[in-house]
Ligand binder design. Sequence first.
Ligand code: UTP
Length: 295
Amino acid sequence: MTRNETVKKCLFPVGGLGTRFLPATKELPKEMLPLLDRPIISYGVDEAVSSGCTSIIFVTGRNKTSIEDYFDSSGELEQTLLERGNSALYELIKEIPEKAQFMSVRQPRPLGLGHAVLCGECLCSDSFFGIILPDDVMVSEEEPVLSQLIHVHEKHGGSVIALERVGDEDVSRYGIALVSEEIEEGVFRILDLVEKPARENAPSNLAIMGRYVLSPRIFDYLKVSGKGAGNEYQLTDALKMMIKKETLWGYAYKGQRLDCGTLQGWLDATVRLALSRNELRVVVEKALSQDTLKT
Ligand code: UTP
């Protein structure tokens, strides 16, 4: 895989309230819920790092300090693991903060994804940067999904958003793109974006998913786009403004998405990932063969 030399920073908006997981997320950030033996956010961070990003920027909010702590070094724990002779776990823990340079900026109030991205301006204003929404865990056998988008940016210039074909019954759950002809496999010019359209009004079945490579000019559009759907600052509204002035590409990424933003999606992701690991597959199979708990 060629190493990306152009997009070195990746922004993680993690300032949301995670209401769909309450009460679990009353004190624990949604991004720190475990997906097997790692927090959800670590999958996105690994994707960014293996895509060539060296700086990870978290836009955090209230009750999110455990995200920063997870990616910080933990001297006492490391020392204890060493003293107990557990070198495998020691190496595992020690390498977490070494993966990248971790920075964070605070979103004072959860005013929407667009607002969260704008809060990252002070750390991302000098070059094209990636955005990963960590709820969408991307599994790809070959190239990481963010890296696929970076390659589209390197080849064609401009900003790039990830697209996925969804069923007619699902278009009303996503931002949907009106696109040009496919200019090469999976690459489309975005002509318009419609947030959560009714099935009969959807311009295509291509939905925006949580991976972006954006020009820092997005911040100019975010400053003037105002509040949109749900009375929140929407990133999609700023992207719509951007299309009028500069090129925005959509890329139908290769890979599988595990939507960990809902309890059902998180459970599905947990079971599917467990089934892919031999030592956990037997646990799932055994549980399914037993009687349902009487609760
Ligand atoms: P979601 O729409 O999933 O919202 O945000 P949420 O608050 O995380 O979860 P629910 O809907 O209440 O259950 C998509 C992404 O945007 C971030 C979230 O942290 C998530 O990564 N976000 C959202 C912010 O950083 N700030 C916001 O104000 C809103």
